[in-house]
Design a binder for this molecule. Structure first.
Ligand SMILES: [Mn+2]
Length: 229
């Protein structure tokens, strides 16, 4: 089966519970819609587990983008934040305000090789995925299709157009394909969908708000069945 999981945000227990809930096996494929890290306390554990699974396909979120940029700036000698370059301090503060503290702390506990492995894995995240399941087409992006043009190939979007801002959930984007996004907790699309997957107008919105104490959401594309952990 083909599964797509919403924003995990460092909630390792919910992620592990979800894999059990869907009985995830080597025969299955799992797409993860981005924002795997931050807010929750176990971001590094989530990344490490995902990186060991060949059938998990991660899509880049704005939080991974920040992490890629900033984790590589941490002192290589294993020392802490006190040795961060002064010009990078503001960016680190911004990241920490957006839930990055535990990610940074977890990363600093790793040895040099483990740090390298995490950074290498973050480099593997895709900007988007286009998949067909049982004859139905899906486009997967973390947040948005800014400056949308139906004729524009997905490769022509800038990364910033895909990982920031807010997609218009009242608008159908593709005539055939369903657009799958995370990034926007569904309680902000419609409060009645708090903690639940939102679907409509050719969209599937998967961020149920795990980073804010709500359940983690996942959908099976073959059956349409929704799962929560
Ligand atoms: Mn996001």
């Amino acid at each position: 089966m083909t599964y797509v999981m919403g924003d995990i945000h460092g909630c390792y227990e919910q992620y592990a519970a979800m894999l059990k809930e869907i009985r995830f096996s080597d025969e299955d494929m799992l797409y993860v819609i981005g924002d795997v890290i931050d807010r929750g306390q176990r971001s590094i554990d989530v990344l490490t587990d995902m990186s060991m699974r060949a059938n998990v396909f991660p899509i880049l979120g704005n939080h991974e983008f920040m992490a890629l940029h900033l984790l590589s700036k941490l002192p290589a000698d294993g020392s802490g934040m006190e040795n961060v370059e002064p010009e990078d301090i503001a960016a680190f503060r911004k990241w920490m305000a957006e839930g990055g503290s535990d990610t940074i702390e977890g990363f600093l506990k790793l040895g040099p090789e483990e740090r390298e492995a995490i950074l290498d894995y973050l480099e593997e995240f895709s900007a988007y995925e286009e998949i067909t399941v049982r004859g139905r087409e899906y486009v997967l992006v973390h947040a948005n299709l800014k400056n949308f043009d139906p004729e524009k190939p997905m490769d022509d979007y800038e990364l910033g157009e895909l990982i920031t801002g807010r997609v218009d959930y009242t608008r159908r984007y593709f005539p055939k394909a369903t657009l799958i996004t995370g990034h926007m907790p569904t309680f902000l699309i419609d409060e009645r969908y708090r903690g639940r997957i939102w679907r409509g107008n050719g969209h599937i919105a998967l961020d149920c708000g795990a980073g804010f104490g709500e359940p983690l959401g996942c959908i099976c594309l073959e059956t349409g069945e929704e799962f929560y952990a």
